[in-house]
Design a protein around this ligand. Structure first.
Ligand code: EPZ
Length: 419
């Protein structure tokens, strides 16, 4: 195991380039199951989660060649059974369900179960594939779905907590090879769904409306191979903007889609941070003490749940009281205890976190838990007085490519060490 050792209190300066989006990469890699053609995918982030999905595709019969940030996938899926060990290490791999069902008429995928950010239900995934005419059974923790022929259908995919990103992805991929027209109402609007829709269209799928709450797919008989570049990771970009705001710095974040981060930028501007679009880059300047601002997370285009923990780290050192509520994953507060160990004053109250900003955080040994909670601890470590050790940083390596290198490039004192 490895840890990060961070010497806090140093400003950041310079520029970093954001990597390809992890959450676009996973469904796009899964979508290659829909064709026997060669798919060349570029700007793939080198992450544990990427390699887990590549391993899963190999167990399903695909040939996967990795060269730097390029992954070339060919061959045919020859089994509908997704390996339990791999799926249980990464909830996101549940998105092989739709493409396996569409390509092979059958899929056996282990249910994602729960994780530290909360329960990961699959009712919307099942509602979608059943609407397309599939049957679904459960056996020993697996979903076993089958369909002699998938038929297009109109469906409403909004759930208790709003739209579902990967349920939308599963249905888009299954519908791409179904007979007839599928209309998904209350589809997820995340940029990662837009990216998946563009990838499927490039493979020859007939898709409209990706990125809006209504997606229309007309099934085709066959999809072909494609060469495609993954879009940049808006959550990594947002994490760096929040880092710069926390350490009162001026940095340039390169290769970002400004319009993917409007909710965060709006909130940061309200607190007093200066954020400017600079072509395909974002310049952030933060010199003064900020004012607190409440946040409630929502599905896109609302404030992203994947930036909630990082935002809380910023509010922890912003004088005044702020309230953070996560409407997407209401229990996604693993980071509170660890931030408090560094001197933050955060408490939970009726489903929200109440943050009383303090003047100073103090370095301490802390434990990473989920990917974004770990990013919040990195932010806290950068602003804290003294040394912070973040243990179990494999959580970070799941979703941030070369994070320590990027931080060192910005002038931070971060060391990756054996734990
Ligand atoms: C995706 O997960 C992301 N993961 C998550 O990012 C992200 O937090 C989440 O979307 C929300 O934006 C990937 O894309 C690989 P959901 P997903 O289905 O699709 C409920 C990260 O840190 N729900 O959109 O699994 C669910 O409980 C990860 O990069 C149902 O009720 O999330 C949640 O409350 C963490 N029924 C809400 O919907 C279902 O069938 C949104 O979940 C499915 C979900």
């Amino acid at each position: 195991m490895e840890k990060f050792v961070i010497e806090g209190g140093r400003p950041l300066k310079g520029e970093i380039r954001v990597s390809g989006s992890k959450n676009a990469t996973l469904p796009i890699l899964a979508a290659t199951l829909l064709t026997d053609g060669v798919c060349e995918i570029r700007n793939v982030p080198k992450l544990r989660d990427t390699w887990t999905m590549c391993k899963l595709l190999r167990t399903l019969g695909k040939t996967v060649e990795i060269s730097g940030n390029k992954v070339t996938i060919s061959g045919s899926a020859n089994t509908p059974v997704a390996d339990y060990k791999l799926v249980s290490t990464m909830r996101g791999s549940f998105c092989v369900l739709g493409p396996l069902l569409a390509k092979l008429g059958k899929a056996k995928v282990s249910m994602p179960g729960g994780c530290v950010i909360g329960v990961r239900p699959i009712d919307l995934h099942l509602k979608g594939i059943l609407a397309l005419g599939a049957k679904a059974d459960f056996e020993a923790g697996n979903v076993i779905a089958s369909a002699s022929k998938l038929k297009g259908a109109q469906m409403y995919l909004g759930g208790t907590f709003g739209s579902s990103v990967l349920a939308t992805a599963n249905v888009m991929m299954a519908a791409a090879l179904a007979h007839g027209e599928t209309i998904i109402e209350s589809a997820a609007c995340e940029p990662e769904i837009e990216d998946l829709g563009s990838f499927l269209s490039a493979m020859g799928a007939k898709i409209e409306g990706q990125g809006t709450p209504r997606i229309v797919i007309n099934g085709v008989r066959k999809l072909h191979g494609v060469s495609y570049r993954i879009g940049s990771d808006r959550i990594e970009a947002g994490t760096f903007l929040l880092m710069a705001a926390a350490v009162k710095s001026d940095i340039l974040v390169k290769d970002v889609q400004y319009n993917h981060l409007l909710a965060l930028i709006d909130k940061l501007s309200y607190t007093g941070v200066r954020v400017d679009k600079d072509g395909s880059d974002i310049r952030i300047r933060c010199k003064k003490i900020l004012k607190p601002a409440n946040v409630v997370t929502h599905p896109h285009p609302g404030f992203p749940t994947d930036l909630q923990a990082q935002y809380m780290a910023l509010m922890a050192i912003t004088p005044g009281v702020s309230i953070v509520t996560d409407r997407v994953f209401p229990d996604r507060f693993m980071h509170i205890a660890e931030l408090n160990r560094m001197g933050a004053q955060i408490r939970r109250d009726t489903g929200s976190a109440i943050i009383e900003g303090v003047r100073q955080l103090y370095g301490a040994p802390v434990m990473a838990s989920d990917l974004r909670a770990s990013a919040a601890l990195v932010i806290a470590g950068l602003v804290a007085k003294g040394k912070t050790e973040i243990h179990r940083i494999y959580h970070l390596d799941r979703g941030y490519e070369d994070l320590d290198q990027k931080l060192i490039q910005l002038g931070a004192k971060v060391f990756r060490e054996k734990d």
